[in-house]
Design a protein around this ligand. Structure first.
Ligand SMILES: N[C@@H](CCC(=O)N[C@@H](CS)C(=O)NCC(=O)O)C(=O)O
Length: 220
């Protein structure tokens, strides 16, 4: 049985969604973030990194969303949710499977870290630290994030999906950076991204995954 080790409000929601799209049976083991927003220590007993998602099946234990997605595609999907092998759309899809975590998420994560540093600094020195964090944000995080969001909007122009004319696993993988960015940035000038979010959030499999995974802050 496929078991998804799922952390609330996290990337592991994407794995539940993928399994629902493929109509595969699976089990959810739920973990709750602590007040520090980190995963509880029990997740380390499943995988030494202690981060979600982790997928287990038989003797296989896998961490890292992209690797988990590859495993599900290769062992259970029978070609579904991937463009035809070796077509240009296939390689675009592969690109987005790597790009979502490898390039799109790091500037968003760094933005989050900068804001947490400012929040957790003692009040007395907070104005100084906030100024330093704002400068780091202006110099690196904001322009990098902007460039990625421009790229996402442009990528949706032809078909409304990330890899060819049909919904694919690239759309599942890209959902998390887009949802995370939409929670922090103004998307009013991003009609294609807003439309993408509305369409994925309306999918029955997405809704079913929310029921299995529990509260998810990015679902609206
Ligand atoms: N690139 C990894 C990132 C894993 C990751 O950072 N997961 C977050 C959930 S969104 C997590 O477990 N955070 C809790 C923690 O770091 O303790 C992946 O895609 O699996």
């Amino acid at each position: 049985m496929l078991t998804v080790h799922h952390l609330d409000n996290s990337r592991s929601q994407r794995i539940l969604w993928l399994l629902e799209e493929l109509q595969l049976p699976y089990e959810v083991r739920a973990y709750k973030r602590g007040s520090d927003r980190l995963a509880p220590p029990e997740l380390k007993s499943v995988h030494p990194l202690g981060r979600a998602p982790v997928l287990t099946e038989g003797a296989t234990t896998l961490a890292e969303t992209g690797a988990i997605v590859d495993y599900i595609l290769e062992t259970h999907a029978r070609g579904r949710l991937m463009p035809v092998q070796d077509s240009p759309d296939y390689w675009t899809c592969r690109h987005f499977l790597h790009y979502a975590e490898g390039s799109a998420m790091p500037p968003l994560f760094l933005g989050l870290v900068l804001s947490v540093i400012a929040e957790r600094t003692p009040a007395l020195v907070r104005p100084v630290i906030r100024t330093a964090m704002d400068k780091a944000n202006e110099a690196f995080v904001a322009p990098q994030t902007q460039a990625h969001v421009d790229y996402w909007e442009a990528s949706l122009k032809t078909t409304g999906w990330f890899a060819g004319p049909a919904f694919s696993v690239a759309d599942v993988m890209m959902s998390f950076p887009i949802e995370a960015a939409s929670a922090r940035l103004n998307f009013s000038a991003r009609p294609l991204l807003r439309d993408f979010l509305a369409r994925i959030h309306a999918r029955p499999a997405y809704r079913a995954a929310l029921e299995r995974g529990g509260p998810y802050a990015y679902a609206s």
